[in-house]
Design a protein around this ligand. Sequence first.
Ligand code: SDX
Length: 445
Amino acid sequence: MDKQQAPKTARLILGDKQIDLPVMVGTENELAIDIRKLRSETGAITFDPGMVNTGSCESRITFLDGEKGILRYAGYPIEQLAEKSSFTEVAWLLLKGELPMADELASFEREISRHTMVHEDFRRFFSVFPKAGHPMAICAAAIGALSTFYGDVRFDSSEEERWKAAVRLLAKMPTIASYSYKHHLGQPFMYPRNELDYTANVLHMMFATPCEPFAVDPVIVKALDLLLILHADHEQNCSTSTVRTVASAQSNLFASVSAGISALWGPLHGGANQKVIEMLISIREGKTTAKKFMELAKSKDSGVRLMGFGHRVYKNYDPRARILKQACHDVLARTGANPLLEIAMELEGIALSDQYFVERKLYPNVDFYSGIIYQALGIPIDMFTVFFALGRLPGWIAQWMEFHDDPNAKILRPRQIYMGSNQRDYLPRQKRVSAAKKPALAATR
Ligand code: SDX
């Protein structure tokens, strides 16, 4: 339905009340009912756990069409950016809303390369963590701690200070990520190398050692750059909404992104990429078979899900998964076969023809194939979600900046429907009956 055909209002009838609510139309003809006056005019609120049907903001950064499997950054299709762009160029696009001129990109990359080192005192930060500590916990803590070194970039900070904080985050996150990995290995931290491009520098800091030269394979660099591009933003997903929620209290950029990293870690979100590989390995090791696993994934009581499948928005093939599936073949042709790819494709084949998955419109998402490429690049499993965070960082920053500039921005404070006890008077201890003796009452709570 295009803008001209769209209704101007939606009529709500609630008991003896009737109100007309304005209808908003997005540039891609999405319709939204503006309920900002709903409670003041009817006394009622809406109820929408998980905000499945609720828009939290207007945004110009990323557009998704879940039914058609469309993803665009600032209007540019993800397929074209994946083929023709670079991660630093995509980062600029998300932050500025336009593709950079050549001199703008060169200056942006130079600016980033001059901030890749962390304060020498900050390097000691990693020594307090157990070697086996999960790197997502370390990265969330480290990014939050950056504000103690690089200034508490507040909401009322100047645009220049906010931009510098954004550059510092983009520059230092790869350093922090690789330090968390080197700490885990007990290897020396590798300083960033400013003559390398962004993605090559990530691989250098992750895998080089002071003992010998380390040549970065351009095919591996290109594959990692593609992964970072595909993860760069995804509108109001869980971790981005978390960044916006923390931003809504006017917390600084580092604190907001630290919270986003923690949200991304969850196995239903970015943590799924690690779970997918663990799932594929359990099948390869014969602990189960693809067919048995799929039966478990369809059973409500099993607590098992086909990780890397399903999506809140995509009810079609995630376009990023489609690109990554092809990239798996390209990368493995260079790095060597990985039996996990065959298992993944077997699971996909079973799922796409199984009624349970078909009727629920469950398709592979970005996490289903990404882990196979991360593995081929030599990235260890518990660093997969850290690399998801590396990719998502420009999107989080762009969304934080957009929230900062949004005239409708308000502190996020949802309502609730109270279902607890009605008013009752305080009972002296000697008159109380323990809950165990009140099964009837407990059942009604
Ligand atoms: C990311 O939002 C984003 O954009 C996220 C992301 C991004 O770039 O930021 O795209 C990245 O997080 C991708 C998703 C990674 N997570 C996983 O792969 C974990 C496995 N998938 C799910 O748990 C699930 O599909 C979610 C969390 C992704 C979406 O969950 P929803 O939208 O809340 O859907 P739901 O849990 O209500 O599921 C609907 C039905 C249920 O069955 P019924 O109750 O209708 O019988 O589908 C079933 C679910 O049980 N279902 C699955 C399933 N996913 C959903 N059943 C088996 N395996 C699955 N993977």
